[in-house]
Design a protein around this ligand. Sequence first.
Ligand code: FAD
Length: 512
Amino acid sequence: MRKRVLIVGGGTAGWLTAGYLAKRLGADLPDGVAITLVESRDIGVLGVGEGTFPTIRRTLATIGIDEAELVRRCGATFKQGAKFVHWRHAPGQGATDHYSHPFQVADASDGLDLLPYWLLGHGGAENWDEVSNPQKKAADRQRAPKLPTNPDYVGPLNYAFHFDAIALAGLLREQAIKNGVRHLTDTVNEVLLAEDGAIAGVRTEQNGVLDADLYVDCTGFRAELIGKAMKVPFRSCRDVLFCNRAIAAQLPYARPSDPIASYTISTAQESGWIWDIGLDRRRGIGHVYSSDHTDDEAAERVLRGYLGAAGADADVRHFKFEAGYREVNWVKNCVAVGLSSGFFEPLEATGIAFAEVSAGMIANLFPWGGDYETSARQFNANLLRRYERALDFIKLHYCISERRDTAFWRDNVADASVPDSLLEMLDRWRFRPPNELDIDGQIDIFTEASWQYVLYGMGWKTDLSAKAGALRYHEDARRAFAEVRRQAEYAIANLPSNRDLVEYAQTRRFGG
Ligand code: FAD
């Protein structure tokens, strides 16, 4: 008999999981897994989540989404990382007002690790993000990461996307149905539990009781299955990450030909930060803040100040969230994916990335033999560790700031709000930079390159004076830095602009 999966919820997480599992578990094959997704017409999707992580390319390719169609249908643009403004110093209080976290990893030219040489000053006056790889300079000039002739999801520079979240859910829905997913529009109003605590079925308003072998909870913050029915506790991380509110707006470009930024611009504010994401016809801009450090009215004023005169009449949407996650996300025959599982905050776009990771693990650990406990144990251990590690990485952006101008920043740098695991890593990196031994390849979303970009972008000091005498490839390093500069010039001269590539995709497929 065919195994059956029921996904409850049709936001980004639900449709991404459905389309992905349909491909990996053969929903369109007679003996593959039958997948049904039920989504409520009355309960909306969150509708934000416009920034992604490079893993999205492989996920979308697996689901079968054509890249040019993604651009056309979802207003998608090419994202090459994040630019952080005023995170290190408050405006006007320090020479350095921005740094980048590009997706491209540092160029290990001929295996030579360039970072120690940069720390010793061989990179000249340039920062690590610009001297280690060509991407930052190319993105600063709004270059795209790929050429029109590159095949789908491939480019000389590493990238992800910005897109309209609602349009994406629509495109994912269409493709998931093509991949064999059965779609029901209905509201689940009761979750039925068996005696052993497993889910026996879900009662819907119009389709009666639906049952399955595995239930995937993609009901967003409502967490109808994993939280309300199965009572799995949620672990708040508010003591570490203070932001718990967001106000979002959309702003059209002044002119249709305006350049499209090729990274998410994250500008620190007195009690949070503002994201600025360039889509094809509009920007998505939002203020993320801590309600313990400011109030909604003041936060909206800050957002409107950022939007300027052009945004004076812009509609805004308010969001409430609590940074945190469930330590257990797979219980018996129920597994949570998306906001029902956890969410930190929009910084570094981990929301959709975690949904991708979870969908991938469900496919890899699918309990074909009916052994749910073994799959659940492995899934839970892996995801928990990922959450803990991502929490440290996000907190890093705040806790090494030199800002002391407001209570928000003073509280953020206080050791009491920094996890011990992060304090320990920072301790290691006083005398050596992060390297692969600090990273677990099976777990970490962020590699040592990401940690390095943020640490050194924020002015972290690693004292290499004791090691300096053991370094011998000084000239090679200088040549390698010069080569990165040359590559950046080449990229700027030869890659199309972000807008030109988006325009290209309106009428043609990539790789032609
Ligand atoms: P939702 O979008 O809330 O979808 C829930 C679904 O469940 C809906 O279809 C609803 O109808 C259905 N549902 C609920 N209850 C029932 C029921 N009883 N019966 C039937 N159906 C039901 N992530 C990123 O990766 N990048 C970002 O830049 C980013 N920015 C964000 C900014 C903010 C302010 C916030 C709050 C989040 C952001 N996220 C971001 C997270 C991202 O929005 C989510 O990861 C993503 O939207 C997935 O949401 P979801 O599908 O889990 O939930």
